[in-house]
Design a binder for this molecule. Sequence first.
Ligand code: CMC
Length: 390
Amino acid sequence: SDHFTFDPGFTSTASCESKITYIDGDAGILLHRGYPIDQLAEKSSFLEVCHLLLNGELPSADEFAKFEHNITYHTMLHAQFDSFFQGFRRDAHPMAIMTGAVGALSAFYADSLNVDDPKQREISAHRLIAKMPTIAARAFQYSVGRPFVSPRNELSYSENFLRMCFSVPAEDWVPNPVLTRAMDRIFILHADHEQNASTSTVRLAGSSGAHPFACIAAGIACLWGPSHGGANQEALEMLEEIGTVENIPAYVQGVKDKKYKLMGFGHRVYKNFDPRAKVMQKTCHEVLGQLGINDPLLEVAMELEKIALSDPYFIERKLYPNIDFYSGITLRAMGFPTNMFTVLFALARTVGWISQWKEMFEDPSRKIGRPRQLYTGATQRDYKPLDQRG
Ligand code: CMC
């Protein structure tokens, strides 16, 4: 029929109603359940934000204690799960391992496959939030040939994650509070972003009634693309390629000649600035300052930002730095290799994905997602046997 709305890239289609995240792209506003992102990033903790996204409210002290208990209860992986990692090549990208490992959770937690039971939906949400740091740290440890470190439940979410990543081989490793705070803030900044490509993927996968481990694995696969979560790795590789401030003008000319894009710039929704990028830039300066790191790439990034913000090409197209522009330099200073950047995004976004999945599942008007198309292929014609084809 010709009654369909043709909207490739879904630039003007609202695919659902949601109470979780509000974005005003023209004003540069991002709210989670009504709370501004900068307040959450400055004052809250990631686990508190997880409770907020998943349950709709910031927790009371009692609720928080219970929530923290529920999450830490699920941080361990089944012993057999560890042998699953051994099947991957050492040089596998950790995102490839993540996609496989998260999908495989369904083979270990069959009870969570009963999506119609609200208790099981809650347990699978807790399992995913709890196990992602353990899986992500194992993907990292495996790729660098180090033994796995078990989770420690007396530590905070971010402290525990950093310990699983960095306490081997430095046996005397103690969590640096600056790094722990930065990690937690980076997780908060990535926690949810309404109907972006990976979240829409999770909702579409879940609309068929698929179980949450499959849906989140689909989200991780989508996130890996360079236009989406893969941009943080690409942005840092771009800064490395530019190398020094003198090389910027020639690089910017290449962008204008449309040879490549300026990674870490532009956003489908933000046409003013990305409020997450502001917090990220501040965090980047704090981390480098407090660690006493003098990274020449920060100078390149700052100069590139200055040029891009004053050049008519970028102004006309409303291209501002997005969250990925400064996250890479920060993560590098913290000791993460570039191929782990998108994994950290996936870890943090898991709470957003599962909150959106849960909201979709519990919506009584839920329908299977089934877009239509405008057919542009051949009109009807008759089959010809092989010997009669020209
Ligand atoms: N560098 C140079 N030019 C750009 C860029 C960029 N990063 N982004 C968009 N443009 C240009 C584009 O070429 C087009 O120009 P023209 O009108 O002359 O054809 C114009 O700006 C409009 O671009 P668009 O492709 O219609 O914009 P979009 O809304 O479809 O794309 C985007 C949004 C994020 C995919 C894109 O800006 C991009 O590829 N950016 C780089 C990758 C990146 O940093 N992604 C992370 C996004 S934030 C984290 C996340 O949520 O995943």
